[in-house]
Design a protein around this ligand. Structure first.
Ligand SMILES: *[C@@H]1O[C@H](CO)[C@@H](O)[C@H](O)[C@H]1NC(C)=O
Ligand SMILES: *[C@@H]1O[C@H](CO)[C@@H](O)[C@H](O)[C@H]1NC(C)=O
Ligand SMILES: *[C@@H]1O[C@H](CO)[C@@H](O)[C@H](O)[C@H]1NC(C)=O
Ligand SMILES: *[C@@H]1O[C@H](CO)[C@@H](O)[C@H](O)[C@H]1NC(C)=O
Length: 327
């Protein structure tokens, strides 16, 4: 092979590579536009910060390990959400325990015999005050029961056992498409090399001078045919690649939109149940206010004069006063 033809062939190959592989940026077998080239891409859902617009690339592991596909980042967010939801349920459970213990303590104290012998209107007020502790305990017990059934339980039950399995399905499905994409990309590479080889061959044959004209002509024709064939193969493998990438793209949009919907549902579900917490808490305040109202009323009726009368009636030792000594 002459130096000249070798040089030419190299240039041809380089041009070909530029044609094929400089018009896109290939990362992990996904092809992206080169920065600053190609038509400007519009977001699929502008101004929406939609998942479907921001997770196309693989995430580089900061520890230098394997790359994490964008979909995996979204799935991990859902898994974390599930854990946090469980932690919230646990927190509410602790809150319930405080309430129950408080109720138990109030109830116990309400049965205390302390100052049970107080009498009269003051005695009535005191008895009511002690009784109000029992009522208050009831209020707190009711609060804790409602917290359990209307907040803790729903938080625990939201997204049952199948949730993680369901998420894995997205993962596997997309991972499968990525595998297909990688194999199609390998197919493109192979076809590209085959074409380069064929072109090299054609190049060499075209510049061979030391063969019989007739045979030479045939050889060149044959080489050209093979080269054309290799070109067709390459186009076909590109088509396969494009189709697979297109399928992956569509599935990515669908899956990321579904994951986005799941996140909206998760946040709204938790918001609803935390609101239920505050509603119940407000109710408790109103109810336990009503438990002290009767105490207030009886305190207003406390009358030292009346109490004295009552006490004197029962405990008087004699109303006949002494008189002067007389003979
Ligand atoms: C209930 O009473 C016990 C002592 O009998 C005390 O240790 C505990 O802190 C009390 N709990 C509440 C919630 O008041
Ligand atoms: C790649 O796919 C696009 C459609 O996404 C198509 O327009 C283009 O012709 C395909 N290229 C090849 C070489 O098959
Ligand atoms: C009502 O209960 C709360 C605790 O849940 C307590 O802090 C508050 O002092 C109670 N109010 C009355 C009036 O008893
Ligand atoms: C006052 O009278 C009541 C009723 O008879 C009695 O239970 C109480 O012990 C008396 N109080 C005193 C200090 O004697």
């Amino acid at each position: 092979m002459s130096l000249k033809s070798k040089g030419l062939q190299l240039i041809l190959l380089m041009l070909f590579e530029i044609y094929l592989f400089l018009c896109v940026l290939q990362v992990n077998c996904v092809t992206f536009p080169l920065p600053g080239e190609g038509p400007e891409q519009q977001l699929l859902k502008p101004n929406d910060w939609s998942y479907c617009d921001y997770f196309w690339a693989d995430k580089k592991d900061p520890q230098g390990g394997a790359c994490i596909p964008g979909i995996e980042v979204l799935i991990q967010k859902q898994l974390k959400g599930k854990t946090l939801q469980k932690e919230m349920a646990e927190f509410i459970h602790e809150r319930i325990k405080i309430e129950e213990e408080y109720a138990k303590n109030l109830s116990k104290l309400s049965f205390s015999p302390l100052a049970a012998q107080e009498e009269g209107t003051l005695g009535e007020a005191w008895t009511q005050l002690k009784k109000s502790l029992h009522d208050e305990a009831e209020v707190h017990l009711k609060f804790s029961n409602k917290l359990h059934s209307e907040v803790e339980k729903p938080l625990l039950a939201f997204r049952g056992e199948h949730f993680k399995k369901d998420l894995k399905k997205y993962d596997h499905h997309i991972a499968d498409l990525r595998k297909q994409l990688a194999s199609k990309y390998a197919g493109v590479e192979k076809a590209r090399k085959a074409l380069a080889d064929r072109q090299k061959d054609l190049e060499v044959k075209t510049h061979q001078l030391d063969v019989k004209a007739h045979k030479h002509e045939e050889d060149i024709k044959k080489a050209r045919r093979k080269s054309t064939q290799a070109g067709d193969d390459l186009m076909r493998s590109l088509d396969f690649y494009n189709q697979t990438q297109c399928k992956w793209f569509e599935e990515m949009v669908t899956s990321s939109m579904e994951l986005e919907k799941m996140e909206v549902e998760r946040i709204e579900f938790i918001q609803t149940h935390l609101r239920q917490y505050t509603t119940l808490r407000h109710e408790t305040d109103m109810f336990n206010q009503s438990t002290v109202e009767p105490v207030d009323q009886l305190l207003q009726s406390v009358d030292p004069g009346k109490d004295r009368e009552l006490w004197v009636r029962e405990n008087k030792t004699g109303e006949v006063r002494p008189v002067d000594l007389d003979i």
